[in-house]
Design a protein around this ligand. Structure first.
Ligand SMILES: NC(=O)C[C@H](N)C(=O)O
Length: 324
């Protein structure tokens, strides 16, 4: 019988609406009411790691989840389900994708409606996540996000709607599988990336967003602080307003890695434009283009790479390639 370890970390899936209509964490996890429908087929081992809304989760908590999963790998667990708030779920999922071995199925899920709201999606998402983690086909796919009957890769999935249960989408590529009443079905093979099992996370890796008429002061502050890395969500195919270039150069002169992604929902950032502030100039200045990740994931990738001790070309190669 397969052993599936369930790690609860909080989020709406562990919350209820109170009499004032506010959605608040429950002291008793509503998922404790889950009746194992896989009796005799799956051994479900449950642990409450913590009970935090996901805006309270950061790299420290992500590392705790990663360490618990590494222990489970050593203990011979067959699959892992992590329940998590949806606001930062994609970041934790990608952090784990980069830092745990990708042969063990690790599935993250959450809910958009709390336990006592009509149409609550928590129990259903929980069940489909368990089915996916128990599937032989889930092996070797890296960390997966299962929500609303869809299976997405941690690498590309993102939260796209504030409240809709169909919030998790994979721009450009789409989901890699579905969960039906018969279980998990995959229709994509994946390029797998290497595992970087870090044991600490560094600080001061920042994410900022470009906008029309972008003020240079924020970059100026980063150039003069204890900054370890910067990710910029650039305009379009990967361009910045020229007004920020002097401050950007100060950061690059300090050998602080600067990674560029696009603020566009679809597509990849590339060095295609030759005007002032265009991608070709940014590339020549030493900015690293990250192909295919959104800003928050590129930041996680830079954070993991730096925490792992990568430097220079190995760091650039690691961060620029979404599948390395
Ligand atoms: N749907 C959710 O889980 C959102 C909640 N604010 C959280 O991330 O904890």
């Amino acid at each position: 019988m397969k052993k599936i370890l369930i790690l609860h970390t909080g989020g709406t899936i562990a919350m209820s609406q109170n009499n004032d209509g506010a959605v608040v964490p429950n002291s008793n996890n509503p998922l404790d009411a889950f009746q194992n429908p896989f009796h005799g087929k799956l051994d479900l081992i449950t642990e409450d790691l913590f009970n935090l809304p996901s805006p309270h989760i950061g790299p420290k908590e992500m590392l705790l989840i990663q360490q618990r999963i590494m222990q489970a790998v050593a203990d011979g667990i067959d699959g892992i389900v992590v329940t998590h708030g949806t606001d930062t779920l994609e970041e934790t999922a990608y952090f784990l994708d980069l830092t745990v071995p990708n042969d063990l199925p690790v599935v993250i899920t959450g809910a958009m409606r709390s336990a006592n709201e009509i149409g609550s999606d928590g129990l259903h998402n929980f069940q489909t996540a368990i089915q996916t983690a128990a599937s032989d086909q889930a092996k070797g796919k890296g960390v997966l996000v299962v929500m609303n009957d869809e299976i997405h890769t941690a690498r590309y999935v993102t939260k796209t709607h504030t409240t809709n249960v169909a919030t998790f989408r994979t721009p450009t590529f789409g989901p890699i599988g579905l969960v039906t009443k018969n279980g998990a079905h995959f229709f994509e093979k994946l390029l797998l990336q290497s595992c970087h099992p870090i044991d600490h996370v560094i600080k001061h890796v920042y994410l900022i967003k470009a906008y029309a008429g972008m003020d240079p002061e924020l970059l100026g502050m980063l150039a003069n602080s204890a900054t370890n890395g910067v990710v910029i969500e650039a305009l379009g195919a990967g361009n910045l307003p020229p007004t920020v270039l002097p401050e950007l150069k100060k950061i690059l002169d300090r050998k602080i890695p600067v990674v560029l992604v696009s603020r566009c929902f679809n597509g990849i950032a590339q060095d295609v434009y030759g005007y002032d502030g265009g991608g070709i100039q940014l590339n020549n200045l030493g900015v690293t283009f990250c192909h295919g990740l959104n800003g928050q994931k590129a930041r996680i990738k830079l954070l993991v790479g730096l925490s792992y001790g990568l430097k220079g070309k190995s760091l650039t190669d690691f961060v620029s390639d979404a599948v390395s």
